[in-house]
Unconditional design. Structure first.
Length: 205
């Protein structure tokens, strides 16, 4: 439970930091339209020539009643992205924008750019949220390294549920946590686990 709380709290902190500078943040209207939000803090990158990376993160889904689900735990690996070569650690934020992107997460494994379309997301107040090419993508992706927060293509990255941790915390698989069935009483969860959905809700009003 401690690991789960740390992971959720870390993801909440990353999202708060990203949204703290409106001119360089994710456009709020995109967050308001997102069906789910994923954050993978401190993704470790191997040398760029190998294009490797791996990280652990959390995903919360907007439920039918407008609230956000408890954080489900996921792993990320594979693929490559070249916008921030040389960074040893990168924070990744993904906005799942449509049903196709959401359904991909409910599978055992989803490959970005393969199973579901992905595009670098626009940044800042002046970014047009009506850019059809970007909004047609199932997932909009962002990365932050060395203080810079930018849209970043994540072609080939693989996201799969960390169901050992999901079962240890909830007794459920990730797909069940994200579906909201059966309902999880957030107020009964440790404070660390409550932080991520609360942070997403605050920024996605």
């Amino acid at each position: 439970m401690n690991e789960a709380s740390r992971r959720a709290a870390s993801a909440a902190r990353v999202l708060d930091q990203v949204m703290a500078v409106p001119d360089k943040a994710i456009p709020r209207e995109l967050l308001e339209r997102a069906q789910a939000v994923a954050v993978f803090p401190g993704v470790l990158r191997a040398a760029f020539i190998f294009g490797g990376r791996g990280g652990k993160g959390v995903i919360s889904r907007r439920l039918a009643n407008g609230s956000w689900s408890a954080p489900a735990f996921f792993n990320l690996g594979g693929g490559s992205f070249g916008a921030q070569i040389g960074a040893s650690k990168t924070d990744l934020v993904l906005l799942i924008m449509n049903e196709a992107g959401l359904q991909g997460l409910l599978k055992d494994k989803v490959t970005l750019g393969g199973d579901v379309s992905v595009a670098a997301g626009p940044v800042g107040r002046s970014a047009s949220a009506s850019t059809n090419v970007r909004l047609d993508a199932g997932i909009l992706s962002y990365s932050r390294a060395k203080g810079a927060f930018i849209g970043a293509a994540l072609e080939g990255a693989v996201i799969n549920p960390d169901n050992d941790l999901n079962r240890a915390v909830y007794g459920l698989k990730a797909s069940d946590v994200l579906s909201g069935r059966p309902p999880i009483e957030m107020r009964k969860l440790p404070r660390g686990l409550q932080l991520f959905p609360q942070t997403v809700a605050r920024h996605a009003r």
